[in-house]
Design a protein around this ligand. Sequence first.
Ligand code: CA
Length: 519
Amino acid sequence: MDYKLNILLGGVTLFALQGCQTGPQADKAKQQPNVIYVFPDQLRNCALEFWGQEGFRDNVNFRNDPTHTPRLNDFAREAVVLSSAQSNCPLSSPHRGSLLTGMYPNRSGVPLNCNSDRPISSLREDAQCVSDVFSRAGYDCAYFGKLHADFPTPDDPANPGHYVEEQDPVWDTYTPPERRHGFNYWYSYGTFDEHKNPHYWDTEGKRHAPREWSPLHEAARVVSYLKNEGNVRDTSKPFFIMVGMNPPHSPYRSLDDCMEQDYNLYKDRPLDSLLVRPNADPTMEKAASAPYYFASVTGVDRAFGQILDALKELGLDENTIVVFSSDHGETMCSQRTTDPKNSPYAESMNVPFLVRYPGKLTPRVDDLLLSSPDIMPTLLGMAGLADSIPSEVQGRNYAPLFFDPQAQVERPTGALYIQNVDGDKDAQGKVTSYFPSSRGIKTARYTLALYIDRKEHKLVKSLLFDDQEDPYQQHNLPLEKHPEVVKELCAQMAAQLKAIGDPWYEQRILADLIPYGEN
Ligand code: CA
């Protein structure tokens, strides 16, 4: 409906115009909130500067990294900030599969990181993704940046029958329209790690290769979309935007990877003043990456701020839910591992999760143990679409707890830890199954992970930490010395693994420890 006419007629007449095609839609757009979900890759929760500041530091038992994140510091004061959001399967593709479908890796279609050797790991085309639901609810849906949830196929738009890159296995990929799950605007790629030489395929499949640091380029594209430059969206509709930034993901070793102005903030600091966690080893070779990693975090903070500025400038900030998160964390020399992710350590599993919804959410810190599959139903719930959550979704809608911490919704007592590796391979070397190498659980107090061998599925390794007494997880507690704790944690694991139909439940793995019950 014409805006002036709407004013002239007023609300009463609007009711009489319900049958009018544009009237209710415009009204709906006004009521339905826009949603922007920004998730850089590999950004650990402790890398947010505000955790060391007044109003936040008393809510966590870890030291924040010595980063500069001025925009997120301000944003946190306008948001519900989760201190204990967990990436259950802390690896790119499995998290993204859960984020999009609301399902665990055994159901989302994405149990492993996606590449051309793993046809069994690809976002299910038949799954109702968060964007499918928003699209059906009348939203314009736009995706920017890294997707990394699809099995690469030889469908380069510029070179049909070929992959988009020449390497074996192929990691990067083009996502054709039929696999975009309701996103009607596209500016994305699979996965590609040259941060100042990124590329994207647009809605029509045209490739763009800007020579610009990717988070800043993507922020500019989001701003252009918000401003509706080129008439790319229907301004009578609310929008749902996802922005998958690649930094602070590796590489993080030179000025090819981050902005110099950000690097300058960290370059002269001794490594032991950057790696402040007591479980970090600044003598590791990887320690040289710390200034680049933190510079990338600061650059992401600036890019995120540019999106916030545009929302405000356009008067869209009041009716837009803005979420900032990540797909998993980064160990960065903690626990003496060179693997940045995929482990149950706090640096790897604990991700940022901040939600701003002006006038609807009261800023505060909450220790909700949010799991990756909970994000989709919770976003839909916050946008007023709880009734549209697909029945197949395994995550829970915790939106009521964001609106009111006292809401009558049962809080999760634990978040599963999941690690899968390649299973069987065919004659061509293609992976035909996945092996569920580890399962565990993170509760408010403990972290437990149990690892099994491939052949007999016997316990080969365990990690058990008292995160309250030992927040940096430096003392692996022997299971036999803590039978009551193990019993309680395994009982929780059993219930959750059963509820999601996990392979550990289906195969009754470690049934001597995990009480799965009869059926
Ligand atoms: Ca990742």
